[in-house]
Design a protein around this ligand. Structure first.
Ligand SMILES: [Zn+2]
Length: 278
């Protein structure tokens, strides 16, 4: 997709000159609906393209403005119900070839072959990609953390399930450590990473929140199954800085504000006290 920016003192016009180029046949299913390159939206209110305006930018993005199940949300303890029957999250990841890409608004690792799956209520969702937002998009009782990873999965009939993991500043994250020098130098082209093991994305806990929400970037598609790991992990300032440097100017902070999705019910899974560890 080629995008030209023309600026004058008050306005930015964005011209989409070609929507045709899509070389990633692997992602020819529902994830195509996720904006996949430089995009005519921003995270800054007052630009006319900020989060509050997303629903007005494109007719296909209306859910961003009038959706009722929009993400991210604040995971407020008082609206969370404990559901032991949710069961342990079943991850069956495996190492597979991957590429790193700068999508302008974020940095993404895409697996090019089968990297395994998660299983939710008997449905298999294959791992497609992971990317990062800083600061975190989901908040816990109003607390926003420094980074959030989204691992995006898709079922054979196009349903999307995302696992979110939040991080605060501290020790480096081992998964990002492996990618660090690539992130520092990634451009617009896909960067071959060789074999990447998604099993290196550590959860650190079996406790998680579950709710049905939306993509957090346009088109804000609803019906996304969210799993947010309860454990707050750590990431180094240097790692977050590298991710922020790598994206395009204006996207250093790429977290959508939490949405007033008051009707959303959030479930919480915790292993049985006598049954296992966390
Ligand atoms: Zn995301």
């Amino acid at each position: 997709m080629m995008i030209f920016f023309q600026t004058n003192p008050t306005t930015i016009f964005v011209f989409l000159t070609s929507l045709i180029l899509s070389s990633h046949q692997y992602f020819s299913t529902a994830l195509d609906s996720e904006v996949d390159d430089e995009t005519p939206f921003t995270y800054t209110e007052g630009t006319g393209k900020g989060p509050r305006k997303w629903g007005q930018i494109d007719p296909h993005w209306k859910a961003c403005g009038n959706g009722k199940m929009q993400s991210p949300i604040d995971l407020l303890n008082k609206r969370v119900q404990v559901f032991p029957t949710l069961g342990k999250l079943k991850r069956g990841y495996k190492p597979a070839p991957a590429v790193l890409m700068n999508r302008g608004h974020d940095i993404v690792v895409k697996w090019k072959q089968d990297a395994g799956k998660i299983n939710i209520n008997g449905t298999k969702y294959k791992l497609q990609q992971c990317h990062w937002h800083s600061p975190s998009e989901h908040t816990f009782n109003g607390s926003r953390y420094d980074l959030e990873l989204h691992a995006v999965h898709e079922s054979s009939n196009g349903k999307i399930a995302v696992i979110g993991i939040v991080y605060k500043y501290g020790h480096p994250d081992p998964f990002l450590s492996k990618l660090f020098h690539h992130i520092k130098s990634v451009g617009r082209e896909e960067r071959e990473l060789g074999i990447v093991n998604p099993g290196n994305i550590k959860f650190g806990s079996r406790k998680y929140y579950r709710y049905i929400g939306s993509l957090t970037i346009p088109p804000c598609t609803e019906g996304i199954i969210w799993t947010i790991v309860k454990k707050v992990r750590t990431v180094s300032r240097e790692q977050v800085h590298a991710l922020r440097e790598a994206v395009h100017d204006g996207f250093e902070e790429n977290a959508r504000p939490t949405q007033q999705s008051g009707g959303i019910g959030v479930e919480f899974y915790t292993p049985r006290e006598n049954g296992g560890s966390t």
